[in-house]
Design a protein around this ligand. Structure first.
Ligand SMILES: C[S@@+](CC[C@H](N)C(=O)[O-])C[C@H]1O[C@@H](n2cnc3c(N)ncnc32)[C@H](O)[C@@H]1O
Length: 318
């Protein structure tokens, strides 16, 4: 969606932009090119590997107009304020979030994001290592911890809510039974458990039976929906008037959050229609630019099939 995002963000020389999801640096480098040496791009990613890789690209290309932050994008307002303190600050013309996980993360056999690769169960974007033998873990939650410690009803909720998984109850039950005998530690073990829990037709259906469970666990592990909501609130606070926010999402839960947020922020009063007087004091902050979602072109889907579920929404700070 790079072409579409650039069309909507309209970067010009001298402007400042934030890429909240650096990944392989595609969006950051394109923005940096457009804003030139007098502009600046802040690239944020939780994943240290992504930061290190793009840092190398930037060093090789001798780019002085990009700053990288190994942080959660929910801290976007604090990150931008830090940047302003350095004295390079100018009006913030745009923010982009290209949500979810990168192709590099999915393809990395040690990351545990893919149900097609056998790996330790850790779908954290921050890639926290856990000390499984001693049952200790670092501060960040890992998928292994969620799988082995959540109550069965909580697991069922995660699978149903974040994966919209029809067989959430059956899968949660099977996980709860399996972990009694032995801790579930790898993606392969989890895939086997899912296969045993679901009916034959689902096992051989259109999508891999583990797809929705893996999506749900990744969302829970990274608190993806919570981070997105916090980031949207923070983004509105730092965008300059006429600055734009573009969000590319890959599943309906994220898209719903973006859609509702844009809708709410594009209204003044948000009191219930029957309220006799306004008590919310809500102020209109955004104008919706994309009345309908923007989808990737057929050419892009052909080159990158993972793009097929991408949805872009854009709004402008008033
Ligand atoms: C789809 S990729 C971005 C790809 C990027 N647009 C490019 O051109 O390569 C999403 C990236 O966002 C990062 N990410 C996801 N949630 C995050 C969060 N809450 N804070 C910071 N980075 C996050 C992931 O680690 C991943 O690298």
């Amino acid at each position: 969606m790079l072409r579409e995002v650039l069309e909507y963000l309209e970067p010009r020389p001298g402007q400042v932009f934030i890429d909240g999801t650096l990944g392989g640096g595609g969006y950051t480098l394109a923005l940096a090119d457009a804003v030139g040496k007098d502009g600046h791009v802040l690239g944020i990613d939780l994943d240290k590997t992504a930061i290190e890789q793009v840092a190398r690209l930037i060093a090789n290309a001798k780019l002085a107009n990009v700053s990288l932050y190994n942080d959660n994008f929910k801290n976007i307002d604090k990150i931008y304020k830090e940047f302003l303190k350095k004295g390079q600050g100018k009006a913030l013309y745009g923010i982009v979030f290209d949500l979810g996980l990168s192709s590099a993360q999915l393809a990395n056999p040690s990351r545990g994001f893919s149900f097609q690769l056998d790996a330790p169960l850790n779908m954290s974007f921050a890639h926290t290592r856990i000390d499984t033998d001693e049952g200790r873990m670092n501060t960040d939650i890992t998928t292994e911890y969620i799988i082995n410690n959540s109550r069965e009803y909580e697991l069922e909720r995660i699978l149903r809510e974040y994966g919209e998984e029809r067989f959430a109850r059956q899968i949660a039950k099977k996980i709860a039974v399996s972990r009694r005998d032995k801790k579930i530690k790898t993606t392969k073990e989890l895939v086997e458990i899912i296969k045993q829990a679901v009916p034959g037709a689902y096992r051989h259906g259109r999508i891999h039976p583990a797809t929705r469970t893996f999506q749900a666990l990744r969302i829970a592990t990274n608190d993806e929906l919570g981070s997105l909501s916090t980031a949207l609130d923070a983004a509105v606070k730092i965008l300059s008037p006429r600055g734009r926010i573009a969000v590319v999402s890959y599943h309906s839960l994220e898209d719903r959050i973006v859609k509702r947020f844009f809708k709410r922020e594009s209204k003044g009063c948000i009191c219930p229609p029957k309220a006799p007087a306004c008590v919310c004091n809500h102020k209109l902050t955004l104008k919706i630019i994309t009345k309908k979602i923007v989808k990737p072109s057929e050419e892009e889907i052909k080159i990158n099939p993972r793009a097929r579920s991408a949805k872009l929404r854009v709004a402008e700070r008033v």
